[in-house]
Design a protein. Structure first.
Lengths: 100, 170
């Protein structure tokens, strides 16, 4: 039974991994884990000045809790579409240029 | 440019616990596309010196400061030392250095960057750092003591440059 559980767990994790990888494939990834306010917003701004969001959406990972409100607020200011993908220990966002 | 696009802080204190918050706010405001100016007056001038070793923090006269050991067993780390130790302890030689060390460590563990780095980030983001000329003279500083990006102004030019957007950092 334990073995089955282990295999199940491995399969589940692989699925998760593949799932994440597939969804990340066409996105740029920016990992800002470990940075506290104000660094996530500043690093994101820097990234945006070097990269073009309209080419590829951005997959953003942040561990700072305040970012849950700060990143969407920043995106609103910058007119960027921001989607919160996951709210756990690590916050995950999908940022995309707005089609206007 | 309308007032809402401007943000400015009057920095009049020169200890680490006063410098961090204004730099954090200034850098964030700049990232949010505001035109930011920090006006340094009196002891706030210490925040824009080339040599940042004068930026310290002390629990003396600072009862709200929380002091936690950055390392050690959980029960020790969770204890607020400023609350449990008599305040004369913090006036003993070396205690300011210890508190400063602990404060910096705590900040880094929290995912914060060193204050010098935060300052250069602010400048990179376009935050204008200005120094009150009168204070510079009164405190016996010379213009060479300050980082290159500092503008030397009088209070009148500061008010002229930042209409309706000043906040005194107290």
């Amino acid at each position: 039974l334990f073995g089955v559980k282990i295999i199940g767990l491995i399969l589940h994790n692989t699925k998760l991994l593949i799932g994440v990888e597939v969804s990340v494939e066409n996105m740029n990834v920016l990992d800002l884990q470990g940075f506290a306010c104000p660094m996530p917003v500043i690093k994101l701004k820097k990234w945006l000045s070097l990269n073009d969001l309209s080419e590829k959406p951005l997959y953003l990972k942040v561990s700072d809790k305040g970012a849950l409100k700060d990143i969407p607020a920043f995106c609103q200011q910058k007119n960027i579409a921001c989607q919160v993908l996951r709210v756990e220990d690590v916050l995950e966002f999908r940022l995309e240029a707005k089609n206007v | 440019m309308s007032d809402t696009d401007q943000f400015s802080i009057i920095q009049s204190k020169g200890t680490l616990d006063w410098v961090y918050p204004s730099l954090i706010l200034a850098s964030t405001a700049a990232a949010m596309d505001k035109e930011v100016q920090v006006f340094h007056t009196f002891y706030g001038l210490k925040a824009i010196l080339k040599d940042t070793s004068d930026l310290k923090v002390s629990p003396v006269g600072n009862p709200a400061m929380k002091i936690h050991l950055p390392y050690g067993p959980e029960f020790l780390r969770s204890m607020d030392l400023n609350r449990y130790l008599p305040s004369f302890i913090w006036s003993m030689p070396g205690m300011t250095a210890l508190a400063t060390w602990g404060f910096k460590k705590q900040m880094l563990l929290q995912g914060q960057v060193p204050v010098e780095e935060l300052r250069s980030l602010c400048i990179e983001l376009g935050v204008r750092m200005s120094a009150c000329q009168m204070s510079v003279d009164a405190m016996n500083f010379t213009e060479q003591d300050f980082i290159d990006e500092v503008e030397f102004l009088g209070a009148a030019s500061y008010f002229a440059q930042t209409p309706d957007s000043q906040s005194l950092f107290i």
